[in-house]
Design a binder for this molecule. Structure first.
Ligand SMILES: Cc1cc2nc3c(=O)[nH]c(=O)nc-3n(C[C@H](O)[C@H](O)[C@H](O)COP(=O)(O)OP(=O)(O)OC[C@H]3O[C@@H](n4cnc5c(N)ncnc54)[C@H](O)[C@@H]3O)c2cc1C
Ligand code: FES
Ligand code: FES
Length: 482
């Protein structure tokens, strides 16, 4: 049942109950924290890139249990934190210190959290601007048992204090957390209650069932769906976009399942990438590889597969992989459920086959090899300006099934960043079928790949560079999997 609209939402920040009224549900958590005097959380970029604004939030991990999750507070709308427990750098000292007391007396070294002490001890803070964000990423990783380089991959330090920060991470990695935060985790719930909130003439709904989403879309045909808000959050934070009605998908039970059988894998549209990363490890190597290079921890904790497809971005990283794996989408809407190949979903620049009132429910990926195939080769590649935490210039994912005599039975070449939509090089695929998997075949397919797409020149790369990558990445695939 859809909740009646309330003019107040609640959450806890550093253990203190907080009630919010008369604020837009699309205001970012970061903006709220700083407006309410919790200025320990810093704003660097305001678009998810630097990690200065990182806070920890209790949420369901890949195992379904409560975990502290590092997230970028500059991307999360207030509506999405309703009912949540949020922790910031000022709130993690050992022993709860009331805010008023902190104003009078600063925290002593003895009161610091172990990750804070380790940063002090190793000299991990120079100008200190990035420090609260590093602290919160390390805090979340500390309770997960792996404070390491990867846990801070989404945090930038402009003073290049990485070595001492790394030492701080190593220092706390040796400790076994046993404190009020680990106790709190055991007692925490991951259930997100339904929400209907209005503030500043904007509405935010968080239904828990798919039929309620469809009903809400029927009532508000111009409403915007939001999942992890790592894409939409940017619109809210940077572009100050207003959304009169937001419908959150993150509590919708039917969108959160992940099914893995012998024949296929089905991933609910609202499953965050960090769950896919952990629960499907080793099932699809090209998916593992792409998720590894996808943004950084804070974004992967929130970003969903449905959101990555829903943006229909030509440089979205999952579509090339999913195209190479022949994924299909399950959609549902006013006229019922339908299934379509992902290849038919993208119809133009940022345009999809989604009909009004429809929602992406899940992605299904078949596992079976082509009949008579002796082996499958599959891999993905991402070319960006930086190794981690960057978007693609070109992304590519390849899959070939070979018979016992090394002839190609089936080929899929998915690309992103080379056309208005993520697309397959279908002519090259057709050419490859029946040919032997040899250097000669790769040389012969090159002209087709060279002409497969007409990419654009933009800030990230020239059209010519992208055209070359289309060919060279496939060649690289052959070199790596001869
Ligand atoms: C710092 C940073 C780094 C990033 N790096 C990468 C990267 O490396 N690779 C990459 O591909 N992307 C990247 N992104 C973009 C973004 O994180 C992804 O596109 C992400 O998958 C979006 O998922 P979400 O759940 O956050 O979507 P949201 O922001 O919640 O929604 C995105 C769009 O999809 C629609 N939508 C969401 N769910 C559904 C659904 N079930 N049905 C229909 N429509 C739906 C929404 O209406 C919205 O239009 C990055 C973003 C940031 C901020
Ligand atoms: S302020 Fe840079 S990631 Fe949020
Ligand atoms: S200490 Fe200055 S940015 Fe990291």
């Amino acid at each position: 049942m859809i909740q009646p609209l309330a003019t107040q939402l609640t959450l806890t920040i550093n253990g203190e109950p907080v009630s919010i009224a008369d604020l837009s549900p699309a205001m970012t958590l970061l903006e709220y924290l700083r407006l309410s005097g919790r200025a320990g959380t810093k704003e660097g970029c305001g678009d998810g890139d630097c990690g200065a604004c990182t806070v920890a939030m209790i949420g369901a991990g890949a195992d379904g249990k409560p975990h502290y999750q590092a997230v970028n507070s500059c991307l999360i709308p207030l509506g999405a934190v309703a009912g949540r427990q949020v922790f910031t750098a000022e709130g993690i000292v050992q022993g709860r210190i009331p805010k008023e007391a902190l104003v009078k007396e600063p925290v002593t070294v003895e009161q610091l959290h172990p990750v804070q002490s380790a940063m002090v001890e190793t000299g991990g803070s120079q100008c200190g601007y990035c420090t609260p964000g590093f602290i919160m990423s390390l805090f979340a990783a500390y309770y997960d048992g792996h404070p390491d380089d990867l846990s801070v991959e989404g945090n930038l330090c402009r003073c290049t204090g990485y070595l001492p920060i790394r030492r701080a991470a190593q220092m706390v990695a040796e400790l076994a957390p046993q404190d009020r935060f680990s106790e709190q985790l055991v007692a925490a719930s991951t259930v997100l209650a339904p929400l209907a909130y209005t503030g500043q003439a904007e509405q935010f709904y968080r239904p828990t069932h798919l039929n309620e989403v469809l009903e809400l879309l029927h009532q508000h045909p111009k409403a915007t769906l939001v999942a992890g808000a790592t894409d939409l959050g940017l619109e809210m934070s940077w572009h100050r976009q207003h959304y009169p009605v937001l419908i959150s998908l993150e509590a919708v039970e039917e969108l959160k399942h992940l099914e893995h059988t012998d024949e296929f894998v089905e991933i609910g549209a609202a499953v965050p990438l960090s769950h896919i990363e952990a629960n499907l490890q080793g099932v699809f190597p090209s998916l593992d590889e792409m998720i590894h290079w996808f943004a950084a921890r804070q974004v992967r904790n929130r970003a969903t597969v449905g959101g990555n497809i829903g943006t229909a971005s030509p440089i979205g990283d999952l579509p090339p992989v999913l195209l190479s794996l022949d994924a299909t989408l399950k959609l549902t809407g006013p006229s019922g459920e339908r299934v379509m190949p992902l290849a038919d979903f993208f119809v133009g620049y940022r345009q999809t086959a989604l009909q009004p009132g429809e929602v992406i429910v899940s992605v299904q990926i078949p596992k079976a090899l082509t009949p008579d195939a002796a082996r499958r080769l599959a891999q993905s590649y991402k070319i960006g300006k930086r190794g981690t935490d960057d978007i693609s210039i070109v992304a590519a994912a390849f899959l070939v099934d070979l018979d016992a005599s090394n002839h190609i039975l089936h080929a899929r070449l998915g690309y992103g960043g080379v056309a208005a939509i993520p697309a397959r090089a279908t002519e090259a695929e057709a050419f490859l079928v029946g040919k032997p998997w040899t250097g000669e075949t790769i040389r012969a397919v090159k002209p087709l790949l060279q002409e497969a797409f007409t990419p654009l020149t933009d800030l990230r790369g020239s059209a010519e560079y992208r055209k070359r990558l289309v060919v060279n990445l496939f060649e690289k695939f052959f070199v790596e999997f001869p």
